[in-house]
Design a protein around this ligand. Structure first.
Ligand code: AMP
Length: 378
């Protein structure tokens, strides 16, 4: 708990107090850093482990309390108002930089940034009205995905288009909001890169992880991803490095890719970049047990002006999200190498209430344990 660190410990201010804020606070404490978080929700689960201010993100008095005496400010949530974040740069160092947040809040800006940096992504066209959408379907082809430019997450704000006749339904489904139309790509798998840059410009890259989504929600991450050729890993790191440099980035950045082609040891696979998240990321939770330094610790190190820790993996890890409800701790404990992380959130359908990480020295052992976990626990 932060309180145990005493008043003289340096403090990090955090916008958002969900599970990411909770795990950031826990990592900060191990570095001797206290946290104070702001969230409009009085039940925000990071409030169980740290000091929480309950107020809207644009409440000026609350923001003053949040930042009073803090060394730096970060955020754990992408949909914080950009104006609040920008204004705070006058008071204290804010990381990741607001330009990264602003870009990630808008799918169109994100794709334009990728294009400027030569990072390949699925073919996409901007859509502002129904007429645009009809033209976009002609250009991009069907099947395609209509994605609202803003406020989409976990598969929300998206609608598939399998035929031009679907346009009006899709347009209504996303609330007639400015959008992009994305060509539906036939990816082999989804991979993500968690990377980090310190205030001094030092960079670190975790190994690519392999992610499985269902119903628009991440279910399973395995890391390091198997069958990744050195070329593919290098392609991902070039993209991540270019983004970190271009944005003058400080902190952890998640970059989500689609792998096209089967590649493997023979090569030939390539990556399309789907999106970035300027924060610690669900596909990096495995790093708590599975890497030399967790993404949470490295994020705190970066934003507090410290040197980064090593990003290499320790053996093989699987992270299973607990959606809706959590299994009993006894059941999880029956699987060797499994660690339960409960977020202290009330069970609710589609809600991430925790995750389990399983680690093993070899991938084959990990897959056996994961299969047992799925059978016995999930
Ligand atoms: P997103 O909100 O962009 O992360 O999309 C959520 C999920 O939809 C992704 O994790 C993919 O499984 C799928 N998806 C998104 N964009 C595409 C695309 N262009 N082609 C195929 N599947 C996609």
């Amino acid at each position: 708990m932060s309180e145990a660190l005493g008043e003289s410990a340096p403090r990090l201010a955090v916008l958002g107090a969900g599970q990411l804020g909770r795990m950031l606070s826990q990592a900060a404490n191990t570095l001797g850093v206290r946290t104070r978080l702001l969230d409009p929700n009085a039940d925000a689960c990071a409030g169980q482990v740290s000091e929480l201010i309950v107020a809207p993100y644009d409440d000026q008095a609350a923001l003053a309390r949040l930042t009073d005496g803090a060394t730096a400010l970060t955020y754990e949530f992408e949909n914080v108002p950009i104006e609040s974040v920008r204004a705070l740069t006058e008071r204290l160092p804010v990381a990741p930089p607001p330009i990264a947040l602003e870009t990630a809040q808008d799918r169109l800006s994100e794709r334009r940034l990728f294009a400027r940096l030569g990072i390949d992504s699925p073919r996409s066209v901007a859509v502002d009205d129904l007429l645009d959408l009809a033209q976009a379907i002609e250009r991009v082809g069907a099947p395609a995905l209509l994605k609202a430019r803003r406020l989409g997450y976990d598969g929300k704000g998206q609608h598939p288009i399998s035929d031009p006749a679907d346009a009006p339904i899709a347009w209504e489904a996303i609330g007639r909001a400015p959008a992009i139309l994305d060509a539906q790509v036939h990816f082999t798998r989804e991979l993500s890169l968690i990377c980090v840059r310190s205030a001094a410009g030092q960079t670190g890259f975790y190994p690519l992880s392999e992610n499985v989504h269902r119903g628009g929600i991440l279910r399973l991450t395995r890391a390091p991803a198997m069958g990744v050729s050195p070329e593919l890993e290098a392609q991902a790191r070039r993209a991540g490095g270019a983004l970190l440099d271009e944005l003058g980035y400080v902190g952890v950045l998640a970059v989500e890719f689609f792998q096209m082609g089967d590649g493997g040891a023979g090569g030939g696979a390539t990556l399309l970049c789907n999106e970035i998240a300027p924060r610690v990321h669900n596909s990096g939770h495995w790093t708590i047990e599975g890497a030399q330094t967790s993404q949470f610790e490295n994020h705190v190190r970066a934003v507090m002006g410290m040197e980064l820790g090593e990003c290499s993996a320790i053996g093989h890890s699987a992270m299973v999200n607990l959606i809706g409800s959590a299994p009993s701790p006894e059941r999880v404990a029956s699987i060797p190498g499994a660690v339960l992380h409960e977020y202290g959130k009330a069970p609710r359908p589609r809600r991430k209430v925790g995750h389990v990480t399983i680690t093993a020295p070899k991938r084959s052992e990990l897959d056996t344990l994961l299969e047992r976990f799925t059978r016995v626990v999930a």
